[in-house]
Design a protein around this ligand. Structure first.
Ligand SMILES: Nc1ncnc2c1ncn2[C@@H]1O[C@H](COP(=O)(O)OP(=O)(O)OP(=O)(O)O)[C@@H](O)[C@H]1O
Length: 602
């Protein structure tokens, strides 16, 4: 088996960290040293947009939910700050009130969208942005309507209003640092892994026990709260707000654009995007705005098109490619190592732990897809430490059964019960319920989190048992070692061959420490050597007491692994028993194996 291996991304880290520190220092020191009002204004605007884009990136980048109405939260923060200030309440307090309201609005708007697939979230954010603009126009008594609201001119730190520019820069810079710190904290902890996993492969994330809706809601609430805090600051800086400016679609798109240009989903991309594009916008507006109306917009547009053409993965993507080239991190194909976990092999069987009590009961599962009766009265049970082979022709309903016994599909009738750790049978419903009872599954079509490394992929599974990031990393490394994936910990999952990806699927599930393992065609499409390795791996997993149900077409594996085999045909169980008996069954030969197989020696 071959893998594509890349060098650890961490090699470029000290350089990147130094670059970020230098950029942050420049953002603060350049305006202070130059001391010009316009330069101060540009740098305050950079900090504002860097903060807003970083906040946007938590939901738009990490969670992959495109918000095109993020100015809604910025506007809520702005109005909360000004309204409360005019009531005599300090904007420092107003800032948190605005953040709270924005987080609440974000959760209410997002909840129905996150339960659906498709572009609903992007559309909902645009729609609600418009709703808030209309509300601000309508409630004139509170918001001043179309005339807008002027802040009372109370100067000083308490009121966040200053004659000089330096204090405003200090606050904008401070808020930007808060946004960066929050983004960094999220990305380097469990929540960040869960968000990226959910973005990359929602089904695989759910199978790993991730509550995908919940993690997205946390992301959008945090993102909205940060945007609102920046909105309060900006309202105080501008000293005047009005609905069209505070709830603007083009402002929302600009926030997203800086993150896209800088590097969506990266921690420092939005900062880089804002640092590059805000000066272009402001200078273009300052220099060309007076000469020809709209020309600055054209220049800005040209810069955006060029940036997208030459840096499709943003500035961060271009920088990563550059550092990888300098450190010689070009991709190289290498041979995979053996499965270390294989304490024994199929050829040298030893004493194995006895098969124990029932751990899963499947009773009378019925499922229709429209007029198609996909499973009909399917019943079976699984015992502790047993390997149950599930075979049958294409379209027999095997994967549908798997989906029903892992919570991804609800049966029309029938039940699935799983033994819990206290020895009672439970009836789980969702993939999360199944994961909580120790049921882990792989997918027929491999579902790697492509943007993550091999180690990070396995960590998503390990987080189920280990909440601390270092513990999860340790567990992931140990699992990778057992699965023979240790040399590729830092390789990106998208670089693995099909055999590697299949092994990674199993590793991610094994890191969850399941008691029941559902394997969907883990040997499909892999070579003979890897089939032997996979058989050894499954035997060693079974020897740890894990019960396995394996859908498999590779009969060599089915015969040497299974304690019992179930044959499904047209949604019905047509045979069940020991592998050698089942393959002699005339119905099975007729429906699945064919006469040639019956004459072969197993
Ligand atoms: N979501 C769905 N909607 C409609 N029909 C479906 C759906 N999922 C599966 N089917 C149909 O149900 C039948 C059983 O499919 P299933 O994937 O469970 O079979 P299988 O035994 O796993 O086949 P294979 O070995 O090819 O993976 C097939 O005819 C398939 O086309």
């Amino acid at each position: 088996m071959t893998f594509t291996k890349t060098l650890p991304a961490s090699r470029g880290l000290p350089l990147a960290a130094m670059g970020v520190v230098a950029l942050l220092a420049a953002l603060f020191l350049i305006p202070v040293v130059i001391g010009d009002e316009f330069v101060y204004h540009i740098f305050i605007t950079i900090c504002l947009f860097a903060g807003l884009s970083t906040a946007w990136n938590i939901v738009g980048g990490y969670a992959g939910q495109l918000s095109l109405g993020h100015a809604m939260f910025y506007g809520i923060g702005g109005y909360a700050g000004v309204i409360l200030m005019n009531m005599g309440i300090s904007p420092w307090l107003g800032m948190f009130v605005g953040a709270g309201v924005a987080a609440l609005v974000a959760v209410v708007v997002s909840y129905p969208c996150f339960r659906l697939q498709g572009p609903f979230f992007a559309l909902a954010t645009i729609a609600f942005l418009e709703v808030f603009r209309v509300l601000a126009l309508h409630f004139r008594g509170l918001t001043g309507g179309a005339m807008g609201l002027m802040i009372q001119l109370k100067l000083g730190w308490e009121w966040m209003v200053f004659r000089e520019r330096l204090p405003a820069l200090i606050i904008a810079f401070g808020l930007m640092l808060v946004c960066l710190a929050v983004a960094h904290l999220i990305r380097s902890h469990r929540l960040g892994f869960y968000l990226v996993a959910t973005r990359e492969r929602e089904s695989a994330a759910r199978a790993a026990g991730v509550q995908t809706v919940k993690v997205r809601l946390i992301a959008v609430a945090v993102s909205a709260a940060l945007a609102a805090m920046l909105g309060t600051f900006h309202a105080m800086y501008l000293t005047f707000i009005e609905p069209a400016a505070m709830f603007s679609l083009s402002f929302s798109i600009q926030i997203a654009m800086f993150a896209l240009i800088g590097g969506i989903g990266t921690i420092y991309g939005p900062l880089l995007g804002a640092a590059l594009l805000v000066p272009v916008t402001e200078f273009a507006r300052g220099m060309l705005g007076a000469e020809a109306l709209g020309l600055h917009g054209f220049v800005y547009g040209v810069v955006l098109v060029l940036a997208v053409l030459f840096m499709p993965n943003g500035i961060m993507g271009a920088l990563q490619r550059f550092t990888a080239r300098r450190t010689g991190g070009e991709e190289q194909a290498v041979q995979a190592g053996p499965v270390v976990a294989a304490a024994r092999t199929a050829e040298s069987p030893e004493e194995r732990p006895a098969i124990g009590r029932e751990v899963m009961r499947v009773e009378n599962l019925d499922k229709h897809f429209g007029g198609l009766h996909v499973t009909n009265n399917v019943s079976f049970s699984l015992r502790e430490g047993e390997i149950l082979g599930l075979i049958g022709p294409n379209g027999a309903g095997k994967t549908t059964v798997f989906n029903m016994i892992s919570g991804f599909l609800q049966p029309d009738s029938g039940s699935v019960s799983v033994l819990d750790r206290e020895g009672r049978f439970q009836n789980p419903v969702t993939p999360g319920d199944f994961a909580a009872l120790g049921v882990g599954r792989t997918f027929q079509i491999v579902q790697p989190f492509a943007a993550m490394t091999v180690e990070e992929n396995i960590m998503v599974g390990a987080f189920y048992r280990h909440h601390d990031v270092n513990d999860a990393r340790e567990a992931a490394r140990e699992t990778a070692h057992r699965m023979g994936l240790a040399p590729w910990l830092n390789a990106e999952a998208r670089g693995l061959t099909i055999g590697g990806l299949k092994r990674l699927e199993v590793a991610r599930v094994m890191a969850m420490e399941p008691r029941i393992l559902l394997l969907d065609e883990v040997m499909a499409g892999i070579n003979q050597t890897d089939v032997r390795r996979a058989i050894d791996l499954m035997l060693s997993i079974r020897d740890t007491g894990v019960s396995i149900i394996a859908i498999e077409h590779v009969m060599q594996a089915v015969m040497s692994l299974s304690d019992r085999v179930i044959v499904l045909n047209s949604g019905e169980i047509v045979a069940e028993g020991k592998p050698h008996d089942v393959v002699r069954d005339p119905d099975v030969i007729e429906a699945y194996l064919g006469k040639d197989f019956a004459h072969a020696q197993y």
